[in-house]
Design a protein around this ligand. Structure first.
Ligand code: PRX
Length: 664
């Protein structure tokens, strides 16, 4: 986003305001703006005391902490440093001996619609058994385990089992390629892989284990000793003797009792790779204590969780949302949650609404892309409209992952929320561990398209390039001025990159989110205007433009040069647009189409299908300055189909613009 875009966007004022009803406000844990203000005042008055109180109230410590925040080696902050705990005990054991133990922890709906329920007691037994199996194969505290699983109960069990023995998991989304898996195994130095033979999505059986085999065959993965394979479907898959074992084999004879291993609060609970502005994904490292506090606390604050809620977060465990609001938060809070294996459009685009009715879901949390695509589907086919389902069980709706446009917000509010459910538009990132700017359902008056206000204790602000505050109503750089418990601790294997990427010197030591934002002139509400770095957000998935460029140019027999930019898309938020110079003459017509497809498939193989460019344009060259720098802002205009109004006098080859604008 350029400064001029933010200035234009900042004048688009949204006037609709939806305050919580009196009944909702009265019943809520954080009640009315007075409740929110009181928490903010407490954090202001005694910052460390505030977090210490919440950490004592929300987390079970096996050894209580005496130090709350250690800033001596900033920005490598430490929270609750001398305390000890176990994350899995905080999600499971804490409920044993309480009425929650026999409650459903998970209602699992498979792709084919079949439903399985697992109580907290059963989940604890299954996690313990799996943890024992990991131990029996030599996995121990501090080891890294790569998890490449479908959205199933077993995926959550694998994560919880790692946490139980103090192993650090690194979940890789099941849509990533063998190459992406291999890079993550090497970077994390993983000792084992947990995967499944196949995953079921939209009635199709898609391979997982075969991709692991391919990744391991690429070399460099010598740290891997074992591959554990969940047999999701009856179809056989290749098994390497000595290395690969089925879940059935490793669980056989294992006790369902496994004492949780206490770890220090700063022990890395997980690493999750995410895209940044350079080619190589970053291994975002999270802590155990601060992270867990956040997962539990935001279930209570943002979702105002009650004992009888049926919570449903539709995110995959391969993303941060599936970590905090599937694998940890709902369990730490003792919620019953729905886990859904499939896709929202199978067997039809009414699946989400039908599932809400079927399971009497009360809190529904999804991404704007899903909402926008279901709006389109409902407009084209009344049979899949939410009106066809009884959604009266819903009480709170949530949105995450990308900006929600006011039209989609209004549709969600009216057609899904029946105009009675608050929508929490939660802004956060892989790096923040959980929500940081979000409405509280019983407190904050809602404004469509705005994530409203920071959580108590979160010092979010909008600044200029040198870290000075910017007045409300003007766009700028989103920062967080003080540390918070669930923040990223470092980039795995790369502390220098951590410092540079998130705490650049010119920003006075503030955390740089990488997003642009503007605060409304009247309420000071935040609205996220989009990434300010070379990161795209496609369907709520983060993609680095450089990552895609590297993938394209690695097709060395064909591609000479490539530049990737984003352009707005009605459904996916942003779409990937690639400008490519080939090592042969610029193709046109059918040949261009065929090569574009070849390149798309190549990118899918290098990164994953989610990174496939939607548009590919070919040129004899790219627009460059005389010093050879690619002028991306011009490419962004061409990708959008805009007339070029920028100054092009510094261009080496202005004629190239017409050529790129013509090819499609
Ligand atoms: O650009 C912001 C956008 O998603 C980015 C973070 O992506 P990721 O780490 O994959 O985490 C996604 C799930 C938390 C942010 O830098 N983003 C996330 N939530 C919102 C958002 N943009 C606008 N509004 C949101 N509610």
């Amino acid at each position: 986003m350029s400064a001029s875009t933010s200035a234009i966007e900042s004048v688009l004022v949204e006037n609709r305001v939806f305050p919580p009803s009196d009944a909702i406000a009265r019943a809520a844990r954080v009640s009315g703006m007075a409740g929110y203000d009181a928490l903010c005042a407490e954090a202001d008055k005694d910052f460390e005391g505030f977090w210490a109180r919440l950490a004592r109230e929300n987390v079970r410590w096996t050894k209580p902490f005496t130090r709350t925040l250690d800033q001596s080696n900033a920005p490598f902050f430490k929270w609750f440093d001398d305390g000890e705990l176990n994350a899995s005990a905080n999600c499971l054991d804490r409920h044993i001996g309480t009425p929650t133990e026999n409650k459903d922890a998970i209602i699992f709906e498979a792709d084919d619609g079949s439903v399985t329920r697992v109580t907290y007691k059963e989940l604890l037994a299954r996690v313990s058994q799996f943890a024992n199996a990991l131990k029996a194969h030599g996995v121990s505290k501090g080891d890294r385990v790569l998890i490449y699983m479908p959205m199933t109960v077993e995926g959550v069990i694998a994560m919880q089992a790692c946490a139980r023995i103090g192993a650090t998991h690194s979940v890789v989304f099941g849509g990533f390629s063998a190459k992406a898996v291999q890079e993550r195994i090497i970077d994390a130095g993983a000792v084992a892989v947990v995967t499944a033979n196949f995953q079921m999505r939209g009635g199709k059986e898609l391979p997982l284990k075969a991709i692991i085999d391919e990744a391991l065959a690429m070399g460099g993965c010598d740290t891997i000793r074992n591959v554990f394979v969940f047999q999701r479907t009856p179809t056989a898959c290749n098994m390497v003797a000595g290395r690969d074992k089925t879940f059935g084999e490793i669980l056989e004879g294992q006790s369902s009792d496994c004492p949780p291993v206490a770890v220090g609060a700063e022990h890395p609970l997980f690493i999750l790779y995410t895209s940044g502005s350079t080619g190589k994904p970053k291994g975002v490292q999270h802590s155990t204590g601060g992270y867990l506090l956040w997962a539990k606390l935001t279930m209570d604050w943002t979702f105002d969780l009650r004992p009888d809620d049926i919570f449903w977060c539709t995110a995959d465990i391969g993303w941060i949302t599936g970590h905090t609001y599937v694998a940890y938060g709902p369990l730490a809070a003792g919620a019953t949650q729905i886990i859904f294996e499939g896709i929202p459009t199978f067997p039809n685009a009414g699946r989400f609404w039908q599932m809400i009715e079927k399971h009497k879901c009360t809190i529904f949390y999804t991404a704007p892309t899903a909402i926008r695509s279901l709006i389109k589907a409902a407009e084209g086919d009344a049979a899949v409209h939410p009106a066809r389902s009884d959604l009266s069980s819903l009480r709170i709706l949530g949105s995450v992952g990308e900006p929600i446009n006011p039209e989609a917000w209004m549709w969600y509010h009216k057609n899904v929320g029946g105009e009675r459910c608050p929508i929490v538009d939660t802004f956060w990132q892989t790096e923040t561990g959980g929500h940081v700017i979000t409405p509280l359902p019983g407190a904050t008056p809602l404004v469509p398209g705005s994530c409203t206000l920071p959580l108590p204790g979160i010092a979010a602000a909008i600044v200029d390039e040198v870290g000075n505050d910017i007045a409300n109503g003007t766009g700028g750089i989103l920062v967080i001025k003080r540390p918070w418990p669930s923040m990223i601790r470092t980039i795995w294997n790369d502390p220098e990159r951590f410092k540079k990427a998130y705490f650049p010197e010119e920003l006075k030591g503030y955390y740089l989110a990488g997003d642009g934002a503007v605060r409304s002139a009247d309420r000071g509400y935040f609205r996220i205007t989009g990434r300010i770095d070379d990161v795209l957000n496609v369907s709520g998935h983060r993609m680095g433009t450089m990552e895609i460029e590297s993938a394209l140019v690695s097709k060395t027999d064909l591609v000479a040069e490539a530049a990737v930019v984003g352009r707005p898309d009605d459904v996916t938020g942003e779409a990937i647009c690639a400008f490519v110079v080939l090592k042969r003459a610029r193709p046109t017509g059918e040949e261009a189409k065929q090569i574009a497809n070849e390149l798309r498939n190549w990118v899918a193989k290098e990164i994953g299908p989610i990174a496939k460019p939607k548009d590919i344009r070919f040129g004899d060259n790219l627009p460059k300055t005389r010093s050879g720098k690619i002028m991306r802002r011009l490419l962004r205009s061409i990708a959008k189909g805009e007339a070029i109004t920028q100054d092009t006098s510094t261009l080496e080859n202005p004629a190239i613009l017409d050529q790129l604008a013509q090819t499609n």
